[in-house]
Design a protein around this ligand. Structure first.
Ligand SMILES: Nc1ncnc2c1ncn2[C@@H]1O[C@H](COP(=O)(O)OP(=O)(O)OP(=O)(O)O)[C@@H](O)[C@H]1O
Ligand SMILES: [Mg+2]
Length: 253
């Protein structure tokens, strides 16, 4: 099986004027194969979102190499990133905040299609299809973000990410704002999309039980570094690091 994403020694250093520089992601390497789900866990501030934004190239990479389908995308400039955004999409932590409150969900979901020059009638049809794929009726296209529940908004955010037919979908604690039943429903939706469309996932999460259920492999991040990686069952049953043990205990005790 070929490799979809290949990250080698990724490092992110934030420099702010008048302050010491800060290494938020430190020498992280991993690969992602087609159809695979990689989990990233770690305590708050361990660098998960920063790493996700590096992979989607929403933030610059200080050091290391990132390849997508064998092509080096580490240093692509703004006008060269269109292909990356078409292939690697991200669903953010806070679904309601990620939609423009003044525009309907349908507008938000269809935006990338409009940018690609798709005709209005075709966009409407495609938006309806995407909503239905994500378990919402096409009627939701007319609603505003404040007119739907958190779980429904999350589904709309996933529909929006899928609009460009990406190969990799990164979910950044996409389910953490929701209660456990809805979280599970959303995960089942993602699983279904994975089977139907052969999507690959990077799933960022605090909840190790969800990681165990849905991920093929997992990276444990601590202070920007990968302290452990492997099969979820192995990591949960036999954590090698005290830090991982703490994460496991926080969920299962
Ligand atoms: N733009 C920035 N400038 C400076 N420091 C930043 C910036 N963005 C993030 N950081 C710092 O980098 C570290 C990692 O942040 P990040 O958001 O990646 O953590 P996280 O693992 O996603 O945490 P959480 O679970 O709370 O979402 C934190 O210490 C954070 O304060
Ligand atoms: Mg985060």
């Amino acid at each position: 099986m070929s490799t979809l994403l290949e990250a080698e020694h990724l490092t992110k250093i934030f420099t702010q004027r008048g302050k010491e520089s800060f290494k938020a992601v430190d020498d992280v390497s991993f690969t992602l194969k087609p159809g695979e789900t990689l989990g990233i866990v770690g305590e708050s501030g361990s660098g998960k979102s920063t790493l996700a934004k590096m992979i989607t190239r929403l933030t610059d990479i200080t050091e290391g190499t990132l390849k997508f389908e064998g092509k080096d995308i580490t240093r692509l400039k703004h006008n060269q990133l269109k292909d990356v955004y078409g292939n690697i999409q991200m669903v953010f932590q806070n679904p309601v905040g990620s939609f423009d409150p003044r525009r309907t969900l349908g507008d938000g979901i269809g935006e990338s299609l409009r940018n690609r020059g798709m005709k209005k009638a075709d966009i409407e049809k495609r938006v309806a299809e995407l909503l239905e794929q994500c378990g919402l009726s096409s009627e939701f296209a007319k609603r505003y973000p404040h007119e739907v529940s958190g779980g429904q908004c999350q589904r709309a955010a996933i529909a929006r990410a899928l609009a460009v037919e990406p190969k990799v979908l990164i979910c950044d604690e996409a389910t953490s704002a929701l209660d456990v039943t809805i979280q599970k429903q959303i995960m089942e939706l993602l699983e279904e999309l994975k089977e139907k469309h052969g999507l690959s996932f990077i799933f960022i999460c605090h909840n190790l039980a969800l990681v165990q259920m849905f991920c093929d492999r997992v990276l444990v991040l601590y202070e920007g570094k990968v302290v452990e990686s492997g099969l979820p069952d192995d990591i949960i049953n036999e954590p090698k690091q005290a830090y991982t043990r703490k994460l496991v205990d926080a969920v299962f005790l």
